[in-house]
Write a protein that binds this ligand. Sequence first.
Ligand code: PMP
Length: 351
Amino acid sequence: MSKFWSPFVKNLVPYVPGEQPKLSKLVKLNTNENPYGPSPRAIAAMQAELNDSLRLYPDPNGERLKQAIADYHGVQSSQVFVGNGSDEVLAHIFHGLFQHGRPLLFPDVTYSFYPVYCGLYGIPFETVALDEQFRIRVEDYARPNGGIIFPNPNAPTGCLLSLEAIERLLEANPDSVVVVDEAYVDFGGETAIALVDHHANLLVTQTLSKSRSLAGLRVGLAVGHPELIEALERIKNSFNSYPLDRMAIVGAAAAFEDRAYFEQTCRQVIASREQLVGELQRLGFEVLPSAANFVFARHPGRDAEGLAAGLREQGVIVRHFKQERIRQFLRITIGAPEQNQVLIDALAGLC
Ligand code: PMP
């Protein structure tokens, strides 16, 4: 069939997601899912929606969800965009919000989807090296660009950039759209949403896949100036005006309304992370400071790819990247305490 492929499709380098194994007895610490389930209120809201109303199309604007997000973050619903996972929100951003005459800038070690979108939408890009400690240096982004994007905390490093540094970046780049991808912000970061009223070029994206434990529902969002949000709506409506189904709208809205469950499960993940960092250090690992629901760690005396393979043989899967600068690191999702213990016991036998 490939004889029918255009050169464009032949040249695409698609994103390769982390493995989703069928065997439930594996300890799965490779794709940063949440070990705790979604809010019981979110599940109840979706169960209540499972009725005859499904014959009707959903609200094309997802207003119920936008309002819940706006209330949670203290913004107007006209400042909120929702989509099918933050990957789809990012796809719309890449499709229409960056200037193509100059390169998009993002860190050399970051979410590997960014260069994929650049390939898909024909966006020129340049990567900016992280510093020696794997941190983003905002001063290095003071060069001509058609936009800037980075996760905060960064992935897969987990390192956090301060709001004060983000503000300096925004001020130095008033004519560029700056996207802060906050997929992991709830595990110890501070959201840049507080800055959107003062910076019309800032767009903040978040997901319900991590801190709200709804990766399977596929819901993501962006918050920014109403003009940027309107641009995203125009792009979205040029594909399909119904990005979210009825279940996703009510389930995600209920998840935002259940603050207590969200805060409690985030606290548990953070406490487990701190414990896991201590255990990894005791085994001789160097662990980058993490504000996310994963840690990025290397062992001075052990090859990371070998460790990942050894863990896999014992039923534990973690993420290893082949990129040269980080190939001695493992990215390990924070699991439930008993999963983290299985990981540590397995590593103890390997280190
Ligand atoms: N941004 C970053 C930095 C991520 O790691 C991920 C998860 N792979 C996403 C965005 C996308 O998350 P989702 O599409 O599940 O909302």
